[in-house]
Write a new protein. Structure first.
Length: 295
């Protein structure tokens, strides 16, 4: 049984849509003077394979990112995390954007440890408003990266490109820090490292593993210590983290898929549809069917 009936958009498909001069197999740098993204690609919900940045230079567009409806206006930059579900709704005729996209494999090869504290904060607030100076900075970086990407005969080509794109991420991180009035990027504490690993495990296993013991065992910690650490650092308990992941998954399925409530219940590993319905109503306030109907 398919989890959901929206499809994944691979870098290969986006490359074919944009044209060879915009991308290589691992990243995209779209100059607005040339870029013409066919909007029908995003008319239906699409799950992106990789991460992306979209900088609006003119006009505006309306889209949904992971169930959140957003308006991308001139001077706004949208950070799109990997595996996000995105749907395009409409745009003004003069809409023009600058795009940087990174494949999952390319992203995994970048040394991101020092920038992760900033990036994790940006993911919570993915829409940033940039100054004219910041816009010029991002566009100039993009054009430089695009120019360097041509020389694929260089034996260090991939490493050069990873470091250039990483530098772009640092620039974006600095913009974020300026907006938030922060000046120092600190290394994560041990507790934060555990939090990050725990969040990754929840994303991977929430459908099948709902007990604290499983996650504690994966992290080589006692259940009591893990529970205390997670509650102290996030304000939410381990069951609350798992419950949040389940509810978000259920909402995506109900909003975008054509599967029945029973099928969604089975996919999310609930004992039966009635149990799923009671669970959903308890924490969302309405039944799954009411949510699907937009009530």
């Amino acid at each position: 049984m398919n989890k959901i009936d929206f499809r994944q958009l691979s870098f290969f498909e986006l490359k074919a849509a944009l044209g060879e001069h915009h991308v290589n197999s691992e990243f995209i740098v779209g100059d607005p003077s040339q870029l013409n993204v066919p909007t029908d690609i995003f008319n239906e919900p699409i799950q992106l394979e990789g991460s992306a940045l979209a900088l609006c230079l003119e006009g505006e567009a309306v889209l949904t990112l992971n169930l959140q409806r957003l308006t991308l206006r001139q001077g706004h930059m949208l950070v799109i995390p990997g595996n996000s579900v995105i749907q395009y709704h409409e745009h003004l005729p003069d809409f023009k954007s600058y795009i940087v996209g990174i494949s999952r494999e390319f992203f995994d090869g970048m040394q991101l440890k020092t920038i992760l504290p900033i990036m994790s904060e940006i993911m919570k607030n993915p829409l940033l408003e940039l100054s004219e100076q910041d816009i010029r900075l991002i566009v100039n970086w993009g054009r430089y990266i695009s120019g360097k990407s041509i020389d694929e005969n260089n034996p260090y080509h991939k490493q050069i490109m990873q470091h250039l794109i990483l530098s772009l991420f640092y620039e974006i991180g600095y913009i974020f820090l300026k907006q938030r009035g922060k000046t120092v990027v600190r290394q994560k504490t041990h507790s934060e490292e555990i939090m990050e690993q725990f969040a990754r495990l929840v994303r991977e296993h929430y459908r099948t593993e709902r007990n604290v013991e499983f996650y504690a065992d994966q992290l080589c910690l006692t259940p009591k210590y893990l529970s205390t650490l997670i509650k102290k650092n996030s304000g939410k308990s381990v069951p609350e983290w798992i419950r949040y992941a389940l509810i978000m998954d259920a909402k995506v399925q109900l909003k975008y898929s054509t599967q029945t409530v029973q099928q969604i219940s089975e996919m999310l590993q609930f004992p039966n549809p009635s149990f799923f319905g009671r669970f959903f109503k308890k924490y969302v306030g309405i039944t799954p069917l009411q949510y699907r109907m937009g009530e």
